[in-house]
Design a protein around this ligand. Structure first.
Ligand code: NAP
Ligand code: COA
Length: 273
C-alpha cells in the first residue's frame, strides 16, 4: 500500500499547539497552516488583505479546524505586533511562527527600479525581521519553533532574481543569527527552502507556460515539482519535539534542485568500449 506523506504523521499530533503564519492567505504558507490545523493546532493567518485571510481561514474552519485571519502588512512592525496580539488573545502563546510572506517576479536588474528591488527586500527580509523580532513577546519560552520560508535563490545566484536572491540570502543569515541569540532561551529558529512547488503563485510567475515547466522539471534530480504537502510535513516536523535538537538549519525541500542541473541521463550512460 502506498502511504501519502500525511499518513506517517499521527493525527492530533499538534493538538494544543498555536501556530502563527505570516503570509498565510495562499500557497505554501496556507498549505502549512492547513496541515497544522488538520493535526489539531489553532492557527492565526496574516496577510495584507482581510478578505483573503478570511477566505483562507474559512478553508480551515469549514473543515472543522481552528483558525482566524488578521490583516497586517509585514512591512509595518506595529501592524505585525497588533496582529500577534489578536492571535494571542484568541489562542494563547505561539508554539510555532512561520515567516513566509514574500513577493517575487522575473526581472533583470536593468529593468528593476530601485523601488522594485526595495519592495522585495522590504517584504521578504525586513518582513521576516519584523515577524521574528515582534514574536519574541508572544511565543512560548522555552519551546517555540520559528521557521522562515526561504528559497534556493538565497545560496544560488539566479538571473532575473537579484531582488529575491538578496532578500532570501538575508533571511538565511537572519535565521541563523537568531538561532544563536535565542537558543539559550529554548527557542529554535530554522528555515525551509522549498524548491519548485506545484500549484503556487511563485511557480506561476517563474515558469508561466508548459514549455518552461517541462524544461525546469527536466533539470530536477527527482524530475517533478514538489507539493505544498511536502513542505507542510517538513514544517510540522520542525515544529515538533522530534526536531528538538535542530536549530539554525536551512532545510531544502526541493527534489535535489539545489544540487544543480541534473538534465543528463546518467542511468543509460554506456561504458566506452
Ligand atoms: P503566495 O501564494 O503568493 O504566498 C505569498 C503570501 O505572502 C500570500 O499569502 C500573500 O498574501 C502574502 N504577502 C505578500 N506580501 C505581503 C505583505 N507585505 N505582508 C503580509 N503578507 C504578504 O506564494 P507561494 O509561491 O506559495 O510562496 C510562499 C513562500 O514560499 C514565499 O516565502 C516564497 O518565497 C517561498 N517559495 C516558494 C516557492 C514556490 O515554488 N512557489 C519556491 C521557493 C520558495 P496577500 O497577497 O493576501 O497579502
Ligand atoms: N518587473 C519589474 N518591476 C516590477 C514588477 C515586475 N514584474 N512588478 C512590480 N514591479 C515594481 C513596480 O513597478 C514598482 O516599482 P516602481 O514604483 O519603480 O514602478 C515596485 O515593483 C513595487 O510595485 P507595487 O505593485 O507598488 O508593490 P506592492 O507592494 O503592491 O506589491 C509585489 C508587491 C510587486 C511583490 C507584488 O508582485 C505582490 O504583491 N506579490 C505578492 C505575491 C507574490 O509575489 N507571490 C510569489 C511569492 S514567491
Amino acid at each position: 500500500m502506498t502511504s501519502s506523506n500525511s499518513d506517517i504523521i499521527r493525527s492530533n499530533a499538534c493538538a494544543g499547539q498555536v501556530v502563527f503564519v505570516a503570509g498565510g492567505s495562499s500557497g505554501i504558507n496556507l498549505g502549512i497552516a492547513q496541515r497544522y490545523a488538520e493535526l489539531g493546532a489553532s492557527v492565526g493567518l496574516v496577510s495584507r488583505s482581510q478578505d483573503r485571510v478570511d477566505a483562507a481561514a474559512a478553508t480551515i474552519t469549514e473543515a472543522g479546524g481552528k483558525a482566524i485571519g488578521v490583516e497586517a502588512d509585514v512591512r509595518d512592525f506595529d501592524a505585525v505586533q497588533a496582529a500577534m496580539r489578536k492571535v494571542q488573545a484568541a489562542y494563547g502563546d505561539f508554539d510555532v511562527v512561520i515567516s513566509g510572506a514574500a513577493g517575487n517576479f522575473l526581472a533583470p536588474v536593468i529593468a528593476l527600479s530601485p523601488n522594485a528591488f526595495r519592495t522585495v527586500i522590504d517584504i521578504d527580509l525586513i518582513g521576516t525581521f519584523h515577524v521574528f523580532k515582534a514574536c519574541y513577546d508572544f511565543i512560548r519560552k522555552p519551546g517555540a519553533s520559528l521557521i522562515a520560508i526561504t528559497a534556493g535563490q538565497a545560496v544560488r545566484p539566479t538571473m532575473f532574481q537579484a531582488h529575491a536572491c538578496a532578500a532570501k540570502a538575508g533571511v538565511n543569515l537572519l535565521t541563523q543569527t537568531l538561532a544563536m541569540e535565542w537558543g539559550p532561551a529554548g527557542i529554535r529558529v530554522n528555515g525551509i527552502a522549498p524548491g519548485p512547488i506545484g500549484d503556487t503563485e511563485g511557480m506561476a510567475r517563474l515558469a508561466p507556460n508548459a514549455e518552461v515547466t517541462a524544461r525546469l522539471k527536466g533539470r530536477i534530480p527527482l524530475r517533478d515539482y514538489g507539493t505544498k504537502s511536502d513542505v507542510a510535513d517538513l514544517a510540522v516536523f520542525l515544529g515538533s519535539a522530534n526536531a528538538k535538537y535542530i536549530t539554525g538549519a536551512i532545510l531544502d525541500c526541493d527534489g535535489g534542485s539545489i544540487l544543480g542541473d541534473a538534465s543528463g541521463d546518467a542511468l543509460t550512460f554506456s561504458k566506452r568500449g
